[in-house]
Design a protein around this ligand. Sequence first.
Ligand code: ADP
Ligand code: MG
Length: 212
Amino acid sequence: MSLQVQPRLITLEGGEGAGKSTVLAALRDALEATGVEVVCTREPGGTPLAEQIRGLLLDPHHEPATPEAELLLVFAGRAQHVRETLLPALRRGAWVISDRFTDASYAYQGEGRGLDPAFIAELERRVVGIEPALTLLLDVPVAIGLQRARGRGAADRIEAEREDFFERVRAGYRARAQAQAHRFHVIDASQPADAVAAQAVARLRLLIEAQS
Ligand SMILES: Nc1ncnc2c1ncn2[C@@H]1O[C@H](COP(=O)(O)OP(=O)(O)O)[C@@H](O)[C@H]1O
Ligand SMILES: [Mg+2]
């Protein structure tokens, strides 16, 4: 059984400081200018319970989650997010932009933590069941992204990881974008923010045209 493609679901992926939040705002503005309803959300998180799980995942004060515990916590939040936020919005015809979604698990828990992608795929099939029509991968060298993210203040649990972890995450994202080229669009996010946003909005317009 394959995943159900959601024509109005767009996801943003990329490492820390790649510019996801910045691009999300540009996409939201472009969509809202066309008069449609737009729901912006994020993972981990996106519902009150899932935001609590996000807090657990990112809190540097308790012992680190084992890779398996981290994966299952992420998917527990995602199960909630899909049913409580994504599907209701998509069913009433809204566009949804999510700052990270299942691809992040293949990159962070798969490549980053070394968990079996077949296990992640099984969770995706049983727990998620849907995939976006468009995924924008904001690809930036790790050092640049970390430098941008550190401008934001204290590091959370994930941000405090070692550089080789982020290199694996980046490589995982790029490999996934190649393997699923039909829905991924990779943007060189080392460019200035307005150039990155303009490319993201141009790709969004192609998606809108393809559907009208
Ligand atoms: N293309 C860019 N070039 C330079 N700085 C950027 C760019 N995109 C975002 N930034 C800045 O870098 C920081 C991290 O961006 P943000 O959008 O929060 O990244 P993310 O959500 O992917 O972690 C912010 O201060 C933002 O203003
Ligand atoms: Mg962000």
